[in-house]
Write a protein of this length. Sequence first.
Length: 289
Amino acid sequence: MKVLVAGSSGMIGSAVTRHLIACGHEVTCLVRRPPEPGEIWWNPDVGEIDKTGLEGFDGVVHLASRPWPMRWTEKAKHMIRTNRLATNSLLAGSLAGCEHSPQVLICASGMGYYPSSGDTVLTEDSPAGTSFLAELQRDGEAATASASAAGIRVVHLRIPAVLGGPMVQRGAMRTGSGQQWVSWVGRDELASIIDFVLKTDTLTGPINAVSPNPLRNVEFAAASMKALGHKWSVFLPAFLVRLLFGEMGEEFLLSSRRIQPAKLLAAGYPFRFPELEGALRHELEKVRV
């Protein structure tokens, strides 16, 4: 397939780009800087994109985003929201207007679509939450409506914490009660999922791009310690999480989301690294090379 990738220079996007090329796809990158051969330019901050260059792709993978601050001030929230809606709507609308539009558009969304739900198992059919993060993911997904209306198969990958890169060496933290569920996915696993979704015409709409084996936070920390060879882990009580990270810490460190990849499992996706320890060891080997 001829595939366009937005966000190809990031921790996730670089791995996805390498994987797609290794799988035999012809990959072109969508970039903000002056484009080199094999690249296409855009600037979603001002609503501009090389529309002529978008013609003729079989699939588009949109992973681009701005770095998120550690604390969500009202100004930071506005920046995050504006960026998400601008990139999704610009890309979807431009692809919808192509004479030869792609068959599929895959956009990164997030697990924050779902509310903190204790022990409840969450699937793609579960309702959205009402937090800032839930509204961001909901509205970001809705911003691609023009591509769907044009007959493009649109997929929203609801992505959890992604294991990969040098950060994986820092281990895991036990936070709050430790009983909250942690959904996760390995970086190379996510790249494989994206390749599978590109080629599987029956997959559309929201897709939980998560391991089928979520863990409680205390179990996640223990498995991480074993894989990393650590004898201790950091513990942050709930009050300290809220003090240091505010709303962001509440959403990402204390909330409980027990998510299942129901659509991927039904479609027969073969998970490469379904268990946390194996996924961590795989990523660690790559860092050490």
